[in-house]
Ligand binder design. Structure first.
Ligand code: MN
Length: 250
């Protein structure tokens, strides 16, 4: 059986309310050999913990800004939309994944969420918090088009996935990782020093990227490799788990 990848749902808090995941995340999980399972926010945190027993890996997608209260800061003028319910769901999921060593991949908001779940902090708004000559991180080019360069740490999961120490990526963010969380190291940076990749050295697979590989795969198929690495790790997690289960039954 293929590994089940839980994808956390975004949320619109308007009158009709809506939980959603953009199609490309689902398609990439499928294309890489996983079964996507959508996880909505739930009123009782215990229900989220319960459903987490049925997944072999987690994908945290892109979305709105994180509430800076989760890394001990007051909101700055440049902070965008925040959604407490969405934050709550993903923080529970990410912390639990780290605790259980469940494979987890964070994309855009997802790298930021993963970092905060691990005790790290963020820039709430790059343009107002970082001086000097910055490159454009909110691109106005087509969404699949890579607009800026990143340099990738040698020997990182990211380098293994993309097979290169330098890549071009798309960019849709005004927030970014400031201080990496406990056990995480920086694996990619843009030319202006913004953190574009993170991974943990104390987990089997806990990795984040600031760009959107799921929007690039049609034109740059190598971007699917990140999803393949998540699914490979989820497969070994699943095997280890079922092995434990069999031992318990004996
Ligand atoms: Mn960028």
């Amino acid at each position: 059986m293929k590994p089940i990848i839980g994808i956390t749902c975004g949320h619109t808090p308007d009158a009709n309310g809506r939980y959603y995941v953009n199609e490309p995340y689902v398609k990439c999980v499928e294309a890489a050999g996983g079964v996507p399972l959508l996880l909505p926010g739930m009123g009782d945190e215990r229900d989220t913990r319960e459903v987490m027993q049925y997944v072999d890996g987690i994908l945290l997608p892109g979305g709105v800004d994180l509430d800076p209260v989760h890394f001990g800061e007051e909101p700055l003028e440049g902070l965008g939309t925040v959604n407490p319910e969405w934050d709550r769901l993903e923080l529970v999921v990410a912390r639990l994944a780290l605790e259980r060593d469940l494979p987890i991949l964070g994309i855009c908001r997802g790298i930021q969420l993963l970092n905060v779940a691990a005790g790290g902090s963020l820039y709430q708004d790059i343009p107002s918090q970082i001086n000097g000559q910055r490159i454009q991180h909110s691109q106005r080019a087509p969404r699949w088009h890579p607009t800026h360069t990143i340099t990738i740490e040698r020997g990182s999961l990211l380098e293994q996935a993309l097979g290169t120490p330098k890549a071009r990526v798309n960019s849709f963010h005004h927030q970014a990782v400031k201080i990496p969380g406990v056990g995480f190291s920086i694996t990619a940076k843009s030319r202006d020093g913004i953190i574009e990749g993170l991974e943990s050295h104390s987990h089997r697979f806990a990795c984040g990227v600031q760009w959107h590989p799921e929007l690039m795969v049609k034109h740059y198929p190598e971007q699917l490799e990140l999803f393949r690495k998540l699914i490979a790790s989820a497969t070994s997690f699943r095997q280890a788990r079922s092995h434990d289960g069999q031992n318990r039954e004996k």
